[in-house]
Design a protein around this ligand. Structure first.
Ligand code: ATP
Ligand code: MG
Length: 149
């Protein structure tokens, strides 16, 4: 079988709630056209959507790169933003620094990062205060002892 990586690239603008979720929905359509297992698409899109909303709510701008390999799908979201001073604290369910304006729009429950973790086989988060945050969400296409791919 031909080994090749397909790469998708999207930009996200911080603060732009009118377009929040657009990149995730476009990527979902692209994954569906590539005949990727529905359960895998669901995991990736849930995690990606939360990461996209986090950029809109907490950062300035970002680039999403999705690399589709034969064995795995990697989503990289790299933002310019304030960064996360304490990643372990940010990962806690219910922890949020969201403003009242963001909470009024229905975000800010502090569940996004734990939802990303739940929907990733492997999650890497790197962040530098006053620079930005980079998230890698990795999901494998073939699980040993599991029929889902
Ligand atoms: N890209 C980011 N840049 C800067 N800070 C972030 C970023 N993503 C998350 N954070 C910080 O981590 C906290 C927790 O994020 P998480 O997504 O779990 O919750 P939330 O965005 O506050 O609320 P929810 O996702 O439930 O709407 C945020 O409140 C924010 O302080
Ligand atoms: Mg969030």
């Amino acid at each position: 079988m031909l080994e090749e990586t397909i790469s998708l690239r999207y930009k996200i603008a911080g603060g732009d709630f009118s377009n929040a979720g657009y990149a995730s929905s476009q990527i979902k359509k692209r994954l569906q056209k590539l005949n990727i297992h529905q359960k895998l698409i669901k995991k990736i899109v849930i995690a990606l959507y939360e990461a996209e909303i986090n950029v809109v709510a907490h950062a300035y701008n970002a680039v999403i790169i999705v690399n589709i390999d034969n064995d795995k799908i990697c989503v990289n979201i790299k933002d310019n933003g304030p960064g996360i001073p304490d990643i372990n604290q940010a990962m806690e369910k219910g922890y949020s620094t969201a403003s009242s304006k963001i909470r009024e729009m229905g975000f800010g429950a502090g569940m996004g990062l734990s939802n990303i973790k739940k929907n990733s086989d492997k999650l890497e988060i790197r962040s530098k205060v006053n620079e930005g945050t980079e998230i890698n969400i990795i999901n494998y296409r073939i699980y040993p002892r599991n029929e889902n791919n």
